[in-house]
Design a protein. Sequence first.
Length: 350
Amino acid sequence: MENEKKLPLSLYGFSPEMLSGILGLAKPFYGRQIYKWLIRGASSFDQMTDLPKLERQRLSEMMPSFSSSTVETTETDESGASKLGIKLFDGSIIECVLLIDSKGRHTACLSSQVGCAMGCTFCRTGTMGLKRNLTAEEIIEQYIHLTRVSDEPITHIVYMGMGEPLANIAPVTRSIRYFHEENGFNISLRRITISTCGVVPGILKLSEQKLPVKLAVSLVSADNRTRSRVMPINETWDLPELKKALLRYQRTGGKRFTLEYCLLHNVNTDESAAKKLATYVREMDVVVNLIPWNPAEGLPYETPSEQEIDSFAHYLDRMNIKFTRRYSRGREINGACGQLAVPLNKGFDA
Ligand code: SF4
């Protein structure tokens, strides 16, 4: 019993040496073999055919190699997105999305928490509240589930699913190091993006670590009152504090970030909003991504018209702000930013 308690949820997130120790393997090189099978997506010890049969049997009785399962797959929509519902060991459901763009990039969009405590008012996940943090194993397993629906290798990872990654920073960074491992998935850190609503201590912590991933910061407004109304986190870490942390992040090892500006009809799209944004981004070497709000049932916003978006872009252009216009992928399957959520009675009951 004592040993059972010490077993992890699954085998993802561990080096070959650690696997050897955790599983009490008869020969240390079995750890390397198991690690390789895991990277290839093996879902049971039975598939690890280069291990002796007796060892496979012993391991199967000891623990499952996977802690989660796919419960729902939404067909790929026209934009190239497919969404998976994943059932965790405690019955909670989370979602992750595979995005395929016109350049052929295959991106895994991963969740970091069950629900989210941040309460951004434009986001469906924000309406769920937080049930719990995900472990590194649970984060990595989402990636494996997505490789099974992907016709080609996954090239990019974004932590933009359910939850605020920087509110669960230790498992998130552990999963990133695992994805980056040269003998494993070997995904470049430049191809990994953490999305945050502006958790300042998390940004500062990240800037201290040797982990030059990209950061996508959800800004929504450069006006403190408006931002506090839309994103309650602004009451804790307001715009000047956020800016200070971002400048520090940028100065530490030239780390890159973008500002995500979710366009909300009649909230943040007029000329004065553009002027405030221009003042805010001064001194920052940054690109602002304009993303029209993805409609989500029950939320009090509207997507701006093309004309409204054009005029906002025009204001920014006049003020020499570097920006891009993003077109949301995954909208048809409710898999776009701010649309991930599962009904409370489905996601929160074990
Ligand atoms: Fe949480 Fe992100 Fe949604 Fe905000 S936008 S509520 S941080 S999941």
